[in-house]
Design a protein around this ligand. Structure first.
Ligand code: SF4
Length: 300
């Protein structure tokens, strides 16, 4: 049951982090218009099961007026609201309060702030610290997102690896992370990746929406385009077994996806997402409606 919608307000970001799984950067373009956002809200009502609306990116504070208006509408409609940000705007604790107070007054339920070595070297004086302190002073609900560089962890109790080395740090190997962070990490034979370990592709609880109309079940894996067919209809008709990419993924993971479409591949990969992402990228011209946008795969 779909309970959460995440607006990827834009792929534009002030930063260009190695671990970013949607290839955000200062050069990325595009955002929702207010009219498009309102159309999405109309569709959320038709879906009937949505409880949460998140605003993220890219960096959503680059589009502050649009986000503020979106949150005002979401608040009026009774949704729980969240924001994910890197807090670049928090030049001091006092200034951060100016940015945050309107959201506090609109009942923001979750403020997630990236506070890790990818974003800030000195955590004690970072904008993230200013934002976290300001949120605390304003009495807001907040959390910090801390992703570390990938590390090898031996013998960790994870069912799908059964004591073999796994990758720690919280990085997901999709998007730019595949280009920048996989070197030197231990690998396993491609045939072992027979399931998607992270997403419930049959019954997704949340999807991400971008300004191009894509409805992401996982980054770059789309249910369809909501500017072509209304969002509520796509969600209602979604069946993983009828989706050309999700069907093999739910029945045999990234290994089956590669096998079914005869995608040339290497002998081994770091994890399921590493293989999945590269196989999907190889299939992008064959399934442009479902593997989009190209920018999430680092392509023009
Ligand atoms: S990249 Fe593939 S295997 Fe990883 S979570 Fe997404 S759909 Fe699942």
């Amino acid at each position: 049951m779909l309970t959460g919608i995440h607006f990827l307000l834009s792929y534009k970001c002030d930063s260009e982090c190695d671990h970013c799984f949607v290839y955000s950067s200062p050069q990325a373009k595009g955002t929702f218009t207010l009219d498009q956002m309102k159309k999405v809200f109309d569709e959320l009502v038709k879906i009937e099961t949505i409880e949460w609306v998140y605003f993220e990116g890219g960096e959503p504070f680059l589009f502050y007026p649009l986000m503020l208006e979106g949150i005002r509408v979401a608040h009026e409609m009774g949704f729980k609201i969240g924001i994910a940000t890197n807090a670049y705007w928090a030049t001091s604790e006092e200034d951060a309060e100016l940015w945050l107070k309107p959201f506090r007054d609109l009942g923001l339920s979750d403020l997630s702030i990236s506070d890790d070595e990818f974003h800030y070297e000195d955590k004690e004086t970072s904008p993230a610290k200013h934002a976290l302190d300001a949120a605390k002073r304003l009495g807001m609900a907040f959390s910090s997102i801390c992703i570390d560089k990938p590390t090898v962890e031996e013998g960790v109790d994870k069912e799908h690896v059964k004591g073999k080395p796994v990758i720690g740090g919280g990085v997901v190997l999709r998007g730019r992370a595949v280009e920048k962070l996989v070197e030197g990490l231990p690998r396993r034979p491609w045939q072992e990746f027979r399931e998607c370990p992270y997403e419930d592709l049959r019954n997704p609880e949340r999807v991400h929406l971008d300004a191009y109309g894509n409805i992401h079940i996982c980054q770059g894996l789309s249910m369809g385009n909501m500017w072509d067919v209304p969002l509520s209809e796509i969600v209602r008709q979604y069946d993983a077994d009828l989706h050309p990419i999700c069907r093999p993924l739910v029945n045999g993971g990234p290994a089956l996806l590669a096998k079914e479409y005869g995608v040339p591949h290497g002998a081994d990969y770091v994890d399921a997402c590493h293989l999945c992402y590269l196989v999907r990228r190889a299939l992008i011209d064959r399934f442009p409606q479902y593997l989009a946008p190209r920018s999430v795969y680092g392509l023009q």
